[in-house]
Structure formats: structure tokens, C-alpha cells
Unconditional design. Structure first.
Length: 387
């Protein structure tokens, strides 16, 4: 298998530093609302992902300088994911204008619902992190722009270009005529996991980090997240800074399946001891936590595969089943070639999401870059009916 040059799980040198946010802020679409969860008279809140979606947004991998000779394989994986999702809901694929025709050809028309390619320039495929994080209320919706700054790696030798990605959330919302809320914190969608009832899971390592939010205390970051996302309570887990480009995003670690119910990623045999320690500490914290309603959490472990038996190789290969994505009527999840672990993951996800079809996909090229299906997708939720 080809190995990408730049990885989300390993900080690899990539030439000159990417542009800081200030360098392209003036190019963003017109007016953003303040960091508040009100649009008109509606109070908005980040919904649970398993709610109904209008569509799924994805992004076409753009840069050969990032993926080198893996780019074609990564694009095949992204087309495979888009096709699978299009069996359950519409897909919109962002692509650079000069790559849009290729994206349309590779993605086809969609299996049942359409795959629409729209011309918005991007740098990489991780739209979960740079796209808008949606909040909804009675007959209202807006997108929160979390000020993507390339995972805080700008100004270092470990950066990759991100100026187009950072502008994409505002451009996308403008194109769809949706309100934009500019958050007063810097972060990524992969660092935000909610039950839809006011509880948020997040890692300290990713959010309370000087590479995103310099000079801000944990409490200040928490208040900013609550204000932008309509959150009542944040459950913080420590995470681990500096060991992957995301500083340990929550969406590879712990996910809500319903209010009070959490799936916890358990590293499989052969996993690095540092990630085992992260799992153990996360389990300890979640085991004593309560949600916004005051309820204790029920934890279901989702064991990873044995790394001796997976197809992918290398320390950066993301062998996490927890980076799955829920769509209308289905769960889109990875499989890695360890037949026993793949089967166990299928059963655990089927039981966690009764009534949904579990679809497992080979995404080895994407996973070799340290990301997964959840990282490559972002849902636009259905607006709740008017009160």
C-alpha cells in the first residue's frame, strides 16, 4: 500500500508554514453572527449525529503534495464512502474548480440519492474538522465556524496548507443561504461530540491547547463552546497532546450513541501503549461522569482490531472502529481485515443502533493518513419543527 507523506496521526515535516487565520480572514463571506446560539427568536443547540440529516458534506482530496502517490487510492476511498452514504441520503462533495470534473467522474451519480459536486476550493478531505458544525432549533438552523487553523500547526515545520479549508465553512454556508455563527474559540468538528441534549464530550489536549486557544483557561474554552453550541455541560477527558496532528480528537475515542450511552474505543492487540493509557484514563473519567441531565453514563467498549491481522501497516494507520458515521437508516463504519474484530465491531454497532443497517467499508488508504469515515464527513441536520 502507498503511504501518504502527511498524516493526521503523525506530525511530518511539510515545508513552509501554512497561512495564519488573519491572512485570509478578509476573504471570508460577509457578516458572521456573534458567538451565540440564537438566530432570530430561536435558541439553537448542536444536535446528536444520529438525528435525521438533510445531506452529508464531503471534500475531494486536493493536494498531491500532501498525499503523493497515495492520492488516487485516497480518492477511490472517498468515492466509495460517498457512494455508500448516497444509498441513504444525498451527498454534496466540495472540490476545487479544476478538480470538479474528475470528482464527478469518480463519484458517479450516486447509488440512490445524488452525489452533487460543488466548486468550493479546499486543501484536504477532513471536512469534519474544517466544515461548519451545525446547530438547530425550532424551524431554525445555523452553521458554527470554529475557525479552523490547521490543527494549530501553523508556523511550524509540521504544517500543511489550510487556507482554503479554513475559508470553506463560511463559503459553504453562504452558498446554501445558511446563517453563520463565528465561534469565539478555535477548534475542529472532530473535537466535539454531543448527545444532542446539552452534553458535550471533548479532550483537554485538543481544545485547551496553546496551538488553538492561547491564553485561555479550560473554563474559558468551556464557556465559549457552551455559548456557540448551546451546550449545558462539558465532560472533559485528558486526551494526549503532541502525539498526532489533532492532539487526540474525541471522535476516535468516545462517541454518544444516545443520551447517557457512550461507545468507548478500546485499542486492540499491538496498539501503542500511550493510546492504551489514553483509553484507560478516558474509561475512568467517563465511569464517574454524569451528563447534563445528571445521569450516569453507560459505557460500551468497542475493541480495535489486532494489528497483526489488519491490511494496513505503519504506526499512523487509524484502526479505530469508533470513527464511524451515522446516516439516515445506517451506520457507515470501517473494516480492517481482522475478520474476528470486524465481526465484533459489526455486532456492537448493530446493537448500539437498533433499526439501522451497519455498512462496513475498506478505507485503508484514508486510514493510512490517520483519519476515518467520521473525519471525512459532516452532516447537515434536519431542522426541528416549529414549536
Amino acid at each position: 500500500m502507498d503511504t501518504p507523506v502527511t498524516s493526521r496521526r503523525r506530525l511530518l515535516q511539510f515545508g513552509a508554514a501554512a497561512l495564519p487565520l488573519a491572512a485570509f480572514a478578509s476573504a471570508l463571506p460577509a457578516v458572521a453572527r456573534a458567538a451565540t446560539t440564537s438566530v432570530g427568536s430561536a435558541t439553537l443547540r448542536m444536535p446528536a449525529e444520529e438525528g435525521q440529516h438533510v445531506r452529508t458534506f464531503m471534500a475531494w482530496p486536493a493536494l498531491s503534495s500532501v498525499w503523493e502517490n497515495s492520492l488516487s487510492g485516497v480518492r477511490r476511498d472517498i468515492a466509495t464512502v460517498a457512494d455508500a452514504i448516497s444509498r441513504y441520503e444525498p451527498v454534496v462533495m466540495l472540490a476545487r474548480p479544476d478538480q470538479a470534473a474528475d470528482a464527478r467522474y469518480e463519484c458517479g451519480g450516486g447509488a440512490y440519492y445524488g452525489i452533487e459536486v460543488i466548486e468550493i476550493s479546499n486543501d484536504d478531505l477532513w471536512i469534519r474538522d474544517f466544515g461548519p458544525t451545525f446547530v438547530v432549533g425550532p424551524d431554525a438552523i445555523a452553521g458554527v465556524d470554529t475557525n479552523f487553523n490547521g490543527w494549530g500547526k501553523a508556523g511550524t515545520t509540521y504544517a500543511q496548507p489550510f487556507a482554503n479549508d479554513a475559508a470553506a465553512a463560511a463559503t459553504l454556508l453562504s452558498q446554501y443561504g445558511l446563517d453563520r455563527i463565528q465561534a469565539s474559540f478555535v477548534g475542529e468538528g472532530g473535537s466535539l461530540e454531543t448527545d444532542g441534549k446539552g452534553t458535550l464530550l471533548a479532550t483537554v489536549s485538543s481544545m485547551v491547547n496553546s496551538n488553538r486557544n492561547p491564553g485561555k483557561s479550560q473554563d474559558q474554552v468551556e464557556q465559549a463552546m457552551k455559548a456557540a453550541l448551546g451546550i449545558d455541560k462539558v465532560i472533559w477527558v485528558p486526551g494526549l497532546a503532541g502525539q498526532d496532528i489533532t492532539d487526540c480528537h474525541i471522535d476516535c475515542l468516545a462517541r454518544f450513541t444516545a443520551p447517557g450511552k457512550v461507545i468507548l474505543d478500546k485499542p486492540g492487540p499491538g496498539a501503542d501503549s500511550k493510546w492504551v493509557a489514553v483509553y484507560e484514563e478516558t474509561k475512568r473519567v467517563l465511569g464517574s461522569a454524569t451528563d447534563a441531565a445528571g445521569n450516569r453514563l453507560t459505557i460500551t467498549e468497542l475493541p480495535g482490531p489486532d494489528r497483526r491481522y489488519i491490511r494496513g501497516r505503519g504506526n499512523d494507520f487509524l484502526s479505530s472502529y469508533t470513527n464511524y458515521y451515522t446516516v439516515n437508516g445506517a451506520v457507515i463504519a470501517p473494516q480492517f481485515g481482522d475478520s474476528v474484530a470486524d465481526g465484533d465491531a459489526y455486532s456492537i454497532l448493530r446493537d448500539a443502533y437498533p433499526g439501522r443497517t451497519v455498512v462496513q467499508l475498506n478505507i485503508d488508504n484514508v486510514a493510512s493518513g490517520g483519519g476515518g469515515i467520521h473525519c471525512a464527513t459532516q452532516s447537515q441536520p434536519v431542522k426541528p419543527p416549529a414549536a
